[in-house]
Design a protein around this ligand. Structure first.
Ligand SMILES: [Zn+2]
Length: 300
């Protein structure tokens, strides 16, 4: 299990300059400070005609035997506070275990499947390294069509509804992924990482798919330490202003201490960020929503 977490860290290194930019920008920088030359695929960012500012909490890496205790603990942090959020579910693991074969996490997800404050997104298939980066469209069990169709089926088997949002592991995907989402799984939301901002298609619909990438991570994968609440909130204020949205992404297994227990200080950062989001909502400055609400209600 820990091996996968380490791979996760490596995978994120590729776009840390970008996630870093959001943090830096949130601390007083501006969009013009972004050095897009390092990416090479920059096209002009089209700012949306924002009708409503939205805050999304995206909770990744809930899957069979993937630190079930912390997955449940962090989910309950949201539920106890009646905070709307997205759970990104990995339907199998590297060893081939299906979600429904882990009774702890499967029974828990079944117990909350009717909670209207939760959206269940599909987070890849087995979360292998850069799983969807160069994937074929169809033809084998390693194809995008197979993984998205079968992954959706497994998730539906547990929570009773097929996912409409896709969260590619490590934030990377190719055109075959998009084609499979549309035809295989009837999915219409891609939630990756800040790569999509560079490609000029973030926070809007292109060819029937809405792109809603993560804008900030609770964990700094490059520095290998948690971000502070101030850093996270600063980034969120920035992207709310620029894009009308922030997608706050967290990983339950990064709230553990070195002995595998929940670390109260790390959890407090999440609670502080949740409280900030709730205060924005109470002040009428933003709404906390699910990814699918943004698509369904055309909020951006
Ligand atoms: Zn993940």
């Amino acid at each position: 299990m820990m091996g996968r977490i380490n791979i996760d860290s490596i995978g994120w290194l590729l776009f840390l300059a970008l996630s870093g930019f959001f943090l830096l920008a949130g601390n007083g920088g501006s969009l013009s400070n972004i050095d897009m030359n390092v990416i090479g695929e920059y096209s002009e960012i089209l700012l949306p005609d924002t009708s409503e500012r939205v805050i999304v909490f995206r909770h990744d890496d809930i899957g069979p035997e993937w630190s079930d205790d912390s997955a449940i603990y962090i989910t309950e942090i949201f539920r106890k506070r009646n905070v709307v959020h997205v759970i990104s579910v990995v339907p199998t693991n590297i060893g081939g275990m299906k979600l429904y074969e882990d009774p702890v996490i499967a029974d828990y997800l079944r117990s909350i499947k009717d909670d209207e404050s939760i959206e269940f997104a599909l987070h890849g298939y087995d979360h292998s390294f850069h799983e969807f980066e160069d994937i074929a469209l169809d033809g084998s069990s390693n194809s995008a069509m197979y993984k998205i169709t079968d992954g959706s089926r497994i998730l539906e088997d547990v929570v009773g509804a097929a996912p409409v949002s896709f969260v590619p592991p490590y934030g990377v995907y190719n055109d075959n992924t998009l084609a499979a989402m549309k035809s295989g799984g009837s999915m219409n939301i891609m939630s990756s990482c800040p790569y999509d901002v560079n490609k000029g298609r973030a926070f809007g619909k292109v060819d029937g798919i809405m792109y809603l990438p993560a804008t900030v991570f609770l964990y700094d994968w490059e520095g290998d330490h948690p971000n502070s609440a101030d850093e996270i909130i600063g980034s969120c204020e920035y992207t709310l202003g620029e894009f009308g949205a922030c997608v706050i992404t967290l990983h339950h297994h990064k709230f553990l201490d070195s002995r595998g227990n929940m670390d109260p200080e790390k959890v407090q950062v999440l609670i502080d960020v949740i409280e900030w989001a709730k205060s924005k909502e109470e002040d009428g400055e933003a709404r906390i929503v699910r990814l699918k609400d943004i698509f369904d209600e055309d909020l951006l």
